[in-house]
Design a protein around this ligand. Structure first.
Ligand code: PMP
Length: 304
């Protein structure tokens, strides 16, 4: 990942990809106290555009606020950095990774003289859970790892350290032959995937867990808005794993995962064991919107 041509925005400048380095005593590397985003840009007829850029940047600043990290750039500067990372690498479509992290001015939990650094990288990244699975759907497993508790980690923050839990769950699911994990919250209710929000469809109604311990996903928010626009009822509620077993459809949402159908949980096929009609409708509308094919939602796009 680090040995390639290209440019990375680091602390206000575009630097050659291979030179975008940091010291081994980088504080965030030791304790995971940092914040990041995952953003996507898509090719449209009017040029490459970033989907819901402002919402991602707002969430980055909210994550930093929760961690009491002062980002030394404005939102406008980080928006421009994200556009530049796509534009200057001449990418038609891209996954964009902004991150803010503490420097190496001190070590230990008490260090209070730390500088905050910011970086933005962008590269081409196809369907996160596999192109063929966007139609076929994925097989998932209830994780043996519990999702974060609201008073142990800060669930509203997209914080680096939070992802140790995600990686443990995902690794377990992959090693057991599944495509992704479904994590339950500390009370045993469905929370989310390792990097996706969760939805199920039952009798024409869409249900999604409330945001107690799940990340406030921008794709989730988008799909909830679109479901309303399409006249499909959508409700936030506590969901149990056996409700998922007997659902008609299920899917994950996320910037990387986009809208990924789920065809099986814990060896129980969900519905017909394939992408369902409600999932397909939302998925195809989502792809039309991000590719700039729907006039009404062009205000969600920022051209690079
Ligand atoms: N939950 C987790 C844990 C995630 O990492 C992500 C990806 N950012 C999501 C949900 C989906 O969020 P979004 O739609 O904003 O990408």
């Amino acid at each position: 990942m680090s040995d390639r041509d290209g440019l990375i925005w680091l602390d206000g400048e575009l630097v050659p990809w291979r030179d975008a380095k940091t010291h081994v005593l980088t504080h965030t590397l030791h304790y995971g106290m940092g914040v990041f985003e995952g953003v996507r840009a898509y090719k449209t007829d009017q040029g490459t555009a970033i989907f819901r850029l402002q919402e991602h940047t707002d969430r980055l600043f909210n994550s930093a606020k929760i961690l009491r990290m002062n980002i030394p750039y404005s939102k406008a500067q980080l928006n421009e950095a994200q556009r530049a990372a796509v534009r200057e690498n001449k990418l038609d479509s891209a996954y964009i990774r902004p991150m803010c992290f503490y420097g190496s001015e001190g070590m230990g939990l008490r260090a209070d003289n730390l500088e905050v650094h910011a970086m933005v990288a962008a590269w081409t990244w196809g369907a996160y859970l596999g192109a063929e699975n966007m139609e076929k759907g994925i097989r998932i497993k209830t994780s043996s790892y519990t999702r974060h508790h609201v008073n142990i980690t800060m669930c509203k923050a997209k914080a680096n350290g939070n992802y140790m839990n995600s990686m443990l769950a995902l690794r377990e699911a992959l090693e057991d032959g599944y495509d992704e994990a479904l994590l339950l919250d500390a009370e045993g209710y469905v929370a989310e995937g390792s990097g996706e929000n969760f939805f199920l469809v039952k009798d024409g109604v869409i249900y999604t867990p409330d945001l107690t311990s799940a990340l406030d996903g921008i794709t989730r928010k988008t799909l909830m808005y679109l479901a309303n626009e399409l006249g499909i009822e959508i409700r936030e509620k506590r969901i149990t794993r056996d409700e998922v077993y007997i659902a008609d459809e299920a899917f994950f949402s996320g910037t990387a995962a986009e809208v990924t159908p789920i065809r099986e949980l814990d060896r129980r096929p969900i519905g017909a064991g394939a992408r369902g009609p409600v999932t397909e409708k939302l998925q195809s509308l989502y792809f039309d919107i991000v590719h700039g094919r729907v006039e009404k939602y062009r205000h969600w796009l920022t051209y690079v």
